[in-house]
Design a protein around this ligand. Structure first.
Ligand code: NCD
Length: 312
């Protein structure tokens, strides 16, 4: 794909900016990388990636960092706001301009404000990859999620996917729903009343002719699902602590709740988990969340290579 690819020089701000054939080609390239794991080694040598994380992160930060290093880039930036001048009040704009001055060739940005990645993309001509903006979007997680499902089932079309948990504040849930709308997938949203999917997501899906099933609890739908995507309650994004108290502990996925599930069911979770996903699932065939987390690395290697023009 390289420089002629749909991804070259592009910002990855919203998963909605990508069509099915582009996503499928991306997934094919990730499969190829998994078959020849060294094929992208050093392709981005001489380039500098600025990883600017204005919110704490473990998986996303380290997978981007390792992806950048594996493809030959140098890495700069910070993995949490506490470790930067953000704690002194420096703005996103100034931070980007400064790293541009240091020669950054691309930016990977995580920020608590919805729209921050779009703003960053308008601030710099270098490609910006959104690593999560508030409760809005997390496009590279959605790409990873789709890739993991495809890996488990060999396809996406025809599957029944349940998205469970905090659909209101969780950016991975909305990005996944947007991404799945490119495929012939039956979507079910499972959330307590207070954590239902945001209206803007439902409206987007409706425009694409999709009306997901909406349920309050897992029990009534579990038997029909191929994939159950579990998310944690986004405590830090719920504006009022008394609201959090009302929803805390409202759902937990464990062996008991999967009693009626298909034997082939795969459980995904973007991680970190708190109490919504029981550790007793880790050793079962349902567990796909660690496979999913691992898939984030080759996916981000391919994505960075395509965006930066290093993939062949
Ligand atoms: C998610 C995130 O940051 O949105 N984590 C991740 O990137 N894998 C999910 C979460 O924090 O709940």
């Amino acid at each position: 794909m390289g420089k002629s690819s749909d991804f070259f020089g592009r910002d990855i701000v919203s998963i909605r900016d990508f069509k099915r054939d582009q996503l499928d080609r991306l997934f094919q390239s990730v499969e190829n990388l998994e078959k020849s794991p060294n094929s992208l080694d050093g392709v981005l040598k001489g380039k500098l990636a600025a990883l600017l994380f204005f919110e704490p992160s473990t998986r996303t930060y380290s997978s981007f960092q390792i992806a950048a290093i594996n493809t030959g880039m140098q890495v700069t930036g910070f993995s949490s706001p506490a470790a930067s001048s953000v704690s002194k009040g420096e703005t996103l704009h100034d931070t980007i301009r400064m790293f541009e001055g240091y020669g950054a060739d691309c930016f990977v940005i995580r920020h608590p404000m919805p729209g921050a990645a779009r703003f960053a993309a308008e601030t710099t001509d270098k490609p910006v990859i959104n690593a999560g903006d508030g409760s809005r979007e997390h496009p590279t997680q959605a790409m990873t999620d789709l890739f993991a499902i495809r890996k488990a089932f060999g396809k996406l079309d025809g599957l029944s996917v349940g998205i469970l948990g905090d659909l209101k504040y969780g950016r991975t849930a909305s990005s996944l729903a947007y991404a799945l709308s490119n495929y012939d997938v039956e979507m079910t949203f499972i959330a307590p009343e207070a954590l239902q999917m945001r209206l803007e997501v439902a409206q987007y899906l409706k425009q694409r002719g999709i009306t997901p099933r909406s349920e309050r609890d897992l029990k009534s739908v579990i038997g029909g699902l191929d994939v159950l995507y579990v998310t944690r309650i986004q405590k830090e994004r719920i504006p009022d602590p008394t609201e959090f108290e009302k929803v805390k502990g409202l759902y937990q996925v464990n062996l008991e709740s999967l009693k009626e599930a298909k034997a082939s069911l795969k459980v995904l979770h973007p991680l970190p988990r708190v109490d919504e996903l029981a550790a007793e699932l880790d050793a079962t065939n349902y567990q796909d969340y660690f496979v999913q987390a691992a898939a984030g690395l080759p996916l981000r290697m391919v994505l960075m290579s395509l965006v930066m023009g290093g993939a062949s």
